[in-house]
Design a protein around this ligand. Structure first.
Ligand code: NDP
Length: 244
């Protein structure tokens, strides 16, 4: 998708790998100034080499104080993609406090925190903005081992709506993208059992999983003025799974 974001500054969380990296690269190629936030510094170093001008920020978004320190004075941001997340697989009956807390801190609390910082800046500058939260198809359906992970994504559905409602009067749109499996490092981990992966793929009407590029295209659409009247909504990139 060819969109022009020249003159805008975008912040992408979880930009070191997978969907976040693809998003940061696409925004950079479309003219945006990109702030790339991630956990492992080497990923950010290689991204900055590939895309000169990208501003890397290395921080654990699950740590409130560290995030405040790293991003509290990040400056003007027009476009925000809350993409960073962990998928910690545990059967419900064996679910632990540690995994629950880590999952909610990274996948949900950091979305609230980073969006608050960015939205305050947009409101103070009196500019319109667009925020995209990366949720998942498992906000609506779930699979064994994903009780905690899919609960974080369900929470993102309501957080997206609440943010859209309260930020709408400031011309800040908030939407989500909800993909099925994408074979990034995370996607490979959650679909590691070949038998499960084969059966799951066959249950998709399009008989496939999604590609990083498919998800990035939906993110860019929601960030752009092409979706100027869309807020509080979500785009399924699920190869038809929820229709089946
Ligand atoms: P990856 O695991 O491939 O990449 C996740 C990125 O998030 C990495 O760059 C990672 O950093 C970063 N990250 C994770 N935890 C933190 C943290 N605490 N602080 C800062 N950065 C962090 O995931 P995907 O690209 O597959 O997933 C991207 C989004 O898409 C997620 O929200 C995920 O839930 C969602 N999604 C993914 C699906 C899939 O099948 N892949 C399906 C549906 C939704 P680092 O590299 O430095 O560790």
């Amino acid at each position: 998708m060819k969109l022009n974001f020249t003159g805008l500054r975008a912040l992408v969380t979880g930009a070191g790998r997978g969907i976040g990296r693809g998003t940061a690269k696409a925004l950079h190629a479309s003219g945006a100034k990109v702030v790339a936030v991630s956990l492992i510094n080497e990923d950010l170093v290689s991204l900055a080499k590939e895309c000169p001008g990208i501003e890397p920020v290395c921080v654990d978004l699950g740590d409130w104080e560290a995030t405040e320190k790293a991003l509290g004075r990040i400056g003007p941001v027009d476009l925000l993609v809350n993409n960073a997340a962990v998928a910690l697989v545990q059967p419900f009956i064996q679910s632990t406090k540690e995994v629950f807390d880590r999952s909610f801190n990274v996948n949900v609390r950091s979305v609230l925190q980073v969006s608050q910082m960015v939205a305050k800046g947009m409101i103070n500058r009196g500019v319109a903005g667009s925020i995209v939260n990366i949720s998942s198809m498992v906000a609506y359906v779930t699979f064994p081992g994903l009780a905690t992970y899919s609960s974080t994504k369900g929470a993102i559905t309501m957080l997206t709506k609440a943010m859209a409602m309260e930020l709408g009067p400031y011309k800040i749109r908030v939407n989500s993208v909800n993909p099925t499996v994408v074979l990034t490092d995370m996607g490979k981990k959650v679909s590691a059992d070949p038998e499960f992966a084969k059966k799951l793929k066959e249950r998709h009407p399009l008989r496939k999983f999604a590609e990083v590029e498919d998800v990035v295209n939906s993110i860019l659409f929601l960030l752009s003025d092409s979706s100027a009247s869309t807020s509080g909504s979500g785009i399924l990139v699920d190869a038809g799974y929820l229709a089946s």
